[in-house]
Write a protein that binds this ligand. Structure first.
Ligand code: MG
Length: 331
């Protein structure tokens, strides 16, 4: 590999390899190597993370680049049990961009920040000549106060249950259709939303959270594979238990997509011990953002570092880490 390809940003295999072999290798330190959704710093008191947003189209059903730029960073903090508090916002804008569109984006960021109880405390604005960037790119970086300690993708163990918070694949499916200018059911829209309110309820309910991760780029397949590798476990998933909306199923059948690799922006996975599963489901289902929550699988002694997908017909196959170009610029 001499140059960077689109697959290096896919949230899957090639992306992971680039991060390991280049960034982790040179930046090597204990915190980075934990490879969590957000870094845990200051003796476990704070979570710290960053994310850049390049989505196209800028405005889509269920959100826009502004809403996404707050959800993305705040959700990575929330997934570490942290309440989002302070964010920075850096924008790179192409010359000629409409001021009214920029204001729409900023207002949408403002409204999403309010849902998290977070504020933008610093920022940067760069304008580049026409053609140097496609309209607008946004970076947000965030600090959260950890309210629940010990969440880690490296400590999932045998017999833990895996729960998904909602139906999967809606962000990836709707962005793709919109970008291609395809007509589609109004019932399909991105799941883009802030997860802190849901996480806060889980913490208040005193649930012992082993791991949580939002299934963004690379979808549910990426998270399950990352967990299997990081915790050196086998995860067995019952395919028919995974909630998938009729609309997403339709899109996948029509275009040959795999719902497990489609991106989500407000749907997450949580691993808990069996004793905590009923309460977890009860709490999740009581909130609109996670009303479709289901137990989809469990950790077994099967194939270490592998994810096994079991069909209702008794057959099974490995669910691999996604690879290839997938859908670029979905976030
Ligand atoms: Mg994440």
């Amino acid at each position: 590999m001499k140059t960077i390809g689109l697959a290096h940003g896919n949230g899957g295999e090639e992306n992971g390899r680039l991060i390991e072999e280049l960034f982790y290798r040179h930046f090597q330190n204990e915190i980075l190597q934990q490879a969590e959704d957000a870094a845990v710093i200051e003796e476990g008191k704070l979570a710290f993370t960053t994310d850049s947003f390049t989505v196209t189209p800028l405005f889509f059903r269920g959100g826009d680049i502004g809403k996404l730029s707050i959800c993305g960073t705040c959700n990575d903090l929330a997934m570490m049990g942290a309440k989002p508090k302070y964010l920075t916002c850096a924008v790179i804008i192409e010359e000629g961009f409409e001021l009214s569109e920029l204001e729409k984006i900023v207002l949408s960021m403002k409204s999403e920040l309010e849902k998290n109880g977070a504020v933008i405390v610093s920022g940067d604005t760069k304008v580049v000549p026409k053609g140097s960037v496609d309209r607008i790119f946004i970076n947000t970086t965030g600090i959260g106060e950890i309210r629940y300690r010990g969440i880690s993708s490296n400590r999932i163990s045998q017999s833990d249950l895996i729960i998904v918070s909602d139906t999967i694949g809606r962000h990836g499916a709707s962005i793709f259709l919109e970008r291609e200018g395809m007509e589609f059911s109004t019932a399909l829209e991105s799941d883009c939303r802030s997860l802190w309110p849901v996480v806060e309820k889980l913490i208040e309910a005193k649930i012992e959270i082993k791991a949580m991760r939002d299934a963004t780029r690379g979808g549910v397949a990426a998270v399950l594979n990352e967990w299997a590798r990081q915790s050196d476990i086998c995860i067995e998933v019952q395919e028919e238990k995974v909630p998938i909306s009729r609309e997403v199923k339709g899109v996948c059948e029509l275009l040959g997509f795999e719902p497990f690799t489609l991106a989500n922006e407000g749907t997450f996975l949580i691993a808990v011990e069996p004793k905590d599963a009923p309460k977890t489901l009860e709490v999740l289902r009581s909130m609109e953002a996670s009303s479709m929550a289901e137990i989809i699988g469990e950790v077994t002694a099967g194939y270490p570092q592998k994810v096994l997908l079991k069909t209702p017909y008794g057959t099974s196959r490995f669910l691999e880490l996604p690879s290839g170009e997938l859908l670029p610029r979905i976030c």
